[in-house]
Write a protein that binds this ligand. Structure first.
Ligand code: ADP
Ligand code: MG
Length: 626
């Protein structure tokens, strides 16, 4: 009996508890829904059982639409965490209860009950009252009762949650055996990873009402697609590097970009996962088949009885962003976690002055992210549409956004942090992909630091009426970090059309390349726009056309739909302005000058003028001056 969920949604008040979940559970499968407390597991299970009506979506059991059927009509067996047996009834009466309601003949009832008692290992206890049983035995009764009327599917909500460790592990084993024997399609909900791994045919990881990823346990552990899974399951090291041709740059270390890894854009962030047991330590240099991370010293050792967990600082990884293990406040180096079996510990490891080469047996590249956005907001400002635009851009590209404020004294820190969190929480639908941070120091410097440390791809600033408010920050980000800056004013709710204004030739390539990434991730239709001077020679015109055609080809390679427009005017700003007026664009992308070029001032002026005439957000892409 398969279970199919199609786009299930449920809110309680303003809180989205089930966020568009689609999922298929196969016939006879033991499926575990794994998530932390409050992630929506119980709600989803109750939706399937018919105890809660979803706001939207469809539920099928065995190809039959049961969305509007009552719980009884759905024929599911349900076991709750808190013993759901009737305590004043005997074991036998408990198990027969559902059968009596269904008017099953007494002889048949006796037979079914005897079989079930055998199955759950309670034969001989049928006359006992439920409250004379241990917690584990009561749950066995609950299971037998749920199975008595041969439900099509079995739904178990943390059934072992209230039991102690030993009983829990016995019951797990029994459940697995029983499920194997009768092959009833089962969903078990738990927050316990060990339980999920031991029992499941497949695991679905759920977080804040979203189904993050579904796979077999070993696949989820070794080859997760998403950062959340990588961090949530097992201990792990997740670092963020950058794609550099066929390599991944991590600080001063280069790892080969694996052939089978999911494709990444050039220069895009690359997140790699390696488990502590893949980390190797050696006092000598490694042979060729080991990926070398660099030289390190052990910072901390923890012993858990069978393993030593080591935390190592690696010189070569200075400045690299680590997502896991989380970096503690004030810590300035990446810390790598490794494990060594207790009986393999050596004096060298216990010697805190010993330097080791750190290597990897293997590593895994996660799915590329969408855009990583840093949204700077003035701590006193509240502008919902500005923040909303940044968050929705992160969501549209399956990326991530961080709200940053900078304060000039420690005393404003917590107040500002609360302010940012309030703003973030008020955009509920983006909670999964947003975070907040407050830094202390001088504004521009701290924005630069955060942008660099966090490997952000775009810094978003609010475009104030007064250009000086944003221009110095923007210029520094563009020239010092060479990061694109998005200046936001009059944002639309979606990005469907992009206008890229490009100069002909070398400098124009960057804005098309980066603009292409934005267009690809947002799915927007893109217009490549170029203005030539009236006095342009044939050769100049030809060069411009060629540049745009190559640009269009570049976009096509990214699957971005585009068109080309060339206009003539001695003042490009005029034409750009009128194109913006008539084109219903949602985003304008322009290039900024590379620093130290002779045309810097002129370009800066032109860039400024274009920004001034734009009635939509402007993304300024720094020119790379190689
Ligand atoms: P889990 O089983 O994963 O711990 P639940 O599905 O029980 O999570 O709850 C998910 C969220 O939905 C919780 O944050 C909880 O506050 C909210 N919630 C659950 N049931 C209700 C309800 N009946 N009314 C209001 N909020 C609810
Ligand atoms: Mg629950």
């Amino acid at each position: 009996m398969s279970i199919k969920l199609n786009k299930i949604k449920k809110r309680f008040g303003h809180q989205i508890v089930i966020n568009n979940i689609s999922l298929e559970i196969f016939n006879g499968e033991l499926f575990v829904l794994l998530g932390s407390s409050g992630s929506g597991k119980s709600t989803l299970l109750r939706v399937i059982a018919g105890l809660i009506q979803p706001d939207a979506g469809k539920i099928e059991i065995n190809e039959k639409d049961v969305t509007n059927l009552s719980p009884q009509q759905r024929n599911t067996g349900f076991v709750f965490q808190n013993y759901s047996v009737f305590r004043h009834m005997t074991v036998q009466d408990n198990i027969e209860f559902g059968l009596k309601i269904r008017k099953v003949h007494s002889e048949e009832r006796k037979k079914v009950t005897a079989d079930l008692l055998e199955l759950v290992g309670l034969t001989g206890l049928e006359k006992r009252y439920a409250d004379e049983l241990s917690g584990g035995q009561q749950q066995r009764v609950a299971l037998a009762r749920a199975l008595a009327y041969k439900p099509e599917v079995l739904l178990l909500d943390e059934p072992f949650g209230a039991l102690d460790v030993k009983i829990r592990s016995q019951l797990r084993k029994s459940l697995k055996e029983i499920q194997n024997k009768i092959k009833v399609t089962t969903i078990l909900v738990t927050h316990d990873q060990e339980e999920a791994f031991e029992l499941s045919d497949r695991i679905g990881v759920i977080n804040q009402g979203q189904l993050i990823e579904v796979d077999q346990p070993d696949k989820l552990y070794n080859y997760p697609k998403f950062e959340f899974t990588a961090a949530f399951i097992g201990g792990g090291n997740v670092l963020v590097g950058r794609k550099e041709k066929n390599f991944i740059r991590l600080g001063s270390t280069l790892l080969p970009f694996p052939e089978k890894a999911p494709p990444h854009d050039d220069n895009a962030p690359v997140r790699i996962l390696f488990r502590p047991e893949s980390v190797l330590l050696s006092t000598k240099e490694f042979s060729d088949d080991i990926y070398v991370l660099g030289r390190s010293k052990i910072n901390e050792i923890k012993f858990n009885g069978s393993f030593f967990r080591l935390f190592l600082d690696v010189n070569e990884l200075k400045g690299v962003q680590a997502l896991e293990p989380r970096i503690a406040y004030g810590q300035n180096t990446v810390r790598i976690e490794a494990v060594v079996p207790g009986n393999n510990i050596t004096d060298e490891i216990l010697d805190s002055n010993q330097e080791f080469w750190l290597g990897l047996k293997n590593f895994h590249v996660l799915q590329p992210t969408g855009l990583k956005l840093l949204i700077y907001i003035d701590h006193s400002s509240i502008d919902p549409s500005f923040v909303e635009f940044g968050f929705s851009l992160a969501q549209a590209t399956e990326g991530f956004a961080c709200l940053l404020s900078v304060v000039n004294s420690q005393s404003h820190h917590s107040e500002t942090f609360n302010h940012l969190e309030t703003i973030r929480q008020s955009h509920q639908r983006y909670l999964n992909l947003t975070s907040t941070n407050v830094r202390q120091g001088s504004y521009t410097e701290e924005i630069l630091r955060e942008a660099q440390e966090g490997q952000y791809e775009i810094v978003i600033l609010k475009r104030e009426e007064e250009p000086t408010d944003y221009s110095s920050k923007a210029l520094q980000i563009l020239t010092v970090l060479k990061l694109p800056v998005l200046l936001v004013k009059n944002p639309h709710s979606q990005i469907q059309r992009i206008l890229i204004c490009t100069a002909a030739g070398e400098p124009g390539k960057e804005d098309i390349k980066f603009g292409g990434r934005v267009a690809k991730l947002t799915g927007a239709f893109t217009t490549l726009f170029h203005v030539t001077r009236k006095s342009s020679s044939k050769a100049e015109l030809y060069r411009a056309e060629r540049h745009l055609h190559l640009g269009k080809a570049t976009l096509e390679a990214l699957n971005v739909k585009s068109e080309i427009k060339i206009e003539e005017d001695d003042n490009p700003v005029n034409k750009i302005s009128s194109e913006l007026q008539k084109g219903q664009y949602d985003l304008l992308i322009i290039g900024s000058p590379a620093p130290k070029t002779t045309r810097h001032l002129f370009w800066k002026d032109l860039t400024r003028k274009i920004i001034d005439v734009s009635n939509v957000p402007v993304l300024i892409v720094p020119m790379v001056n190689e």
